[in-house]
Design a protein around this ligand. Structure first.
Ligand SMILES: [Zn+2]
Length: 481
């Protein structure tokens, strides 16, 4: 007797993304029994009784034969209960109780004992973080019908009985819904020339994704200047919107919106809070800042280890996480912005008296290691401010200015051999020839950003020297004493 067989698809949400799961059902004559194989957890095995009662409550026959369900790939632990629906559908297909659709379907949802199909927002990350499943059709709990979903083909079911009536042909594609971006506003601010110069540096940082560090006295406006960037972040381009989604501070998954994140964790944050970790895995601030800004105010108050853990993602755009003897690489994409006081009391170089010894200041600043500083492109200080706040900035106008710069940057063509020409200048000039290769690369990249800011398709000397000024500013730290 040939065993009855069916195979259906589903999804499994793991801490580092969504994986596709195949639910293979085999039924053969023999003593009534039900086994689930393929690293099923205790909670997955509990599905057996739910599936049986749900099938019977929906008017289907539960086969009194030997049922074996194999969850593939078998080596991945299956901790999720949302495989109920896929397993039930597999049994119904194998026993011919529902018609076999002529297009691939993925089933996602758990079952109530009365046959209702359950599942809510907790299933959204499965769909948003799945990169390969756009071609498939999904059967989902009806509660998800009014939730924002990525572009795809969906059928929403209330009850197991609805499986009898699935359309024969592939359902139409539903377009992606993107939530409108929220506005945070500062309307109009007045800056003095020192603040404006720093703000310009931060704008370069934002435009070109250059990491930046600002040392300045308390009350000089460090935090305000960074916060102003939040509402100037350009909306994500449409191709980003199939991206990863973000997590809120309470650990809930949030649908990707057109708004880029601005994350500003407190200096008491733990390493796990910043980088991610734990069991089950919780994404850290680095992941939450994906595509946006990670701003560390009072950066020198963060633990040394935390700052050092940022080094790899800053430069290589990925993060290595060791979990259960397995190293996984997470893609990262953020602009790191740091601000800090220049000395323990904060008053070094300002109008107020600083009581810190030079040795104490050096020790304090040593928290930023040379290797870390090397990865910062834009280094600025803000010690002086005046009451002459004569520069008016309007948020809406700034947004337009920035939008135009981003558009220019994304569409311009760089003249041939431009990098080589800039490199040659840096290699010969007294001020820059001793710099490390990494610093020179940063200067070349920042000079290009400054040229973009000025809507110039060519990097001019004036752009190069402005970039040099920002990039070698860190030497200030080493010049103390
Ligand atoms: Zn001081």
């Amino acid at each position: 007797m040939i065993p009855k067989r069916a195979e259906v698809g589903s999804l499994l949400y793991e801490w580092n993304g969504t994986k596709e799961i195949q639910v293979e059902v085999g039924i053969r004559r023999g003593l009534p029994g039900f086994q689930i194989l393929g690293s099923a957890s205790v909670s997955t095995k509990e599905s057996k009784d739910r599936i049986r009662l749900a099938l019977e409550a929906s008017g289907f026959q539960f086969p009194l034969e030997t049922i074996i369900i194999n969850l593939k790939p078998v080596h991945i632990p299956k901790r999720m209960v949302c495989l109920d629906l896929a397993m039930a559908a597999g049994i119904l297909l194998a026993t011919g109780q529902i018609p076999s659709p002529n297009y691939p379907i993925r089933y996602l949802g758990s079952l109530g004992l009365d046959g209702r199909i359950l599942g809510g927002k907790e299933l959204l990350p499965y769909l948003w973080q799945s990169s390969e499943s756009r071609e498939h059709s999904f059967c989902l709990p009806a509660t998800l019908e009014n939730e924002p979903l990525p572009k795809g083909r969906y059928q929403f079911l209330n009850h197991l009985e609805d499986l009898k009536n699935l359309p024969v042909e592939t359902p139409n594609t539903r377009e992606m819904e993107v939530l409108p971006s929220e506005n945070t506003t500062w309307d109009t601010v007045y800056l003095d020339p020192y603040q404006m110069k720093v703000f310009q540096g931060l704008l370069y940082s934002l435009l070109g994704n250059h990491h930046s560090l600002l040392l300045g006295s308390p009350g000089s406006g460090k935090t305000m200047l960074h916060r102003m960037l939040e509402s100037l972040l350009p909306p994500k381009e449409s191709r980003d919107q199939t991206g990863q989604g973000i997590w809120t501070s309470s650990g809930e998954f949030e649908i990707p919106s057109t708004k880029r994140p601005f994350r500003s964790p407190h200096h008491s944050a733990t390493e796990v809070g910043l980088v991610g970790g734990g069991l089950p895995f919780q994404p850290g601030e680095i992941s939450k800042a994906y595509g946006g800004i990670l701003y560390l105010d009072e950066a020198l108050e963060f633990k040394d280890r935390i700052l050092e853990s940022l080094r790899m993602p800053m430069e290589d755009s990925y993060l290595e996480i060791v979990r259960m003897n397995e190293i996984t690489k997470l893609k990262t994409d953020f602009t790191l912005m740091l601000s800090a006081n220049p000395c323990p009391c904060g008053n070094y170089h300002s109008y107020q008296t600083c009581h810190c010894s030079l040795q104490k200041i050096r020790l304090y600043l040593q928290k930023i290691s040379g290797a870390f500083l090397d990865r910062i492109t834009i280094f600025q200080t803000l010690f002086e401010t005046t009451n002459d706040r004569c520069i008016k900035l309007e948020e809406l106008k700034m947004r337009i200015v920035l939008r135009d710069r981003f558009l220019f940057r994304n569409s311009r063509l760089v003249p041939e051999n431009e990098e080589k020409k800039v490199q040659k200048i840096l290699d010969t000039e007294q001020q820059t020839k001793q710099l490390s290769l990494r610093k020179k690369k940063q200067i070349i990249s920042l000079a290009r950003t400054i040229a973009d800011w000025n809507l110039s398709s060519r990097t001019k000397e004036v752009h190069i020297w402005e970039a040099v000024e920002y990039c070698i500013g860190y030497q200030w730290i080493y010049s103390l004493g």
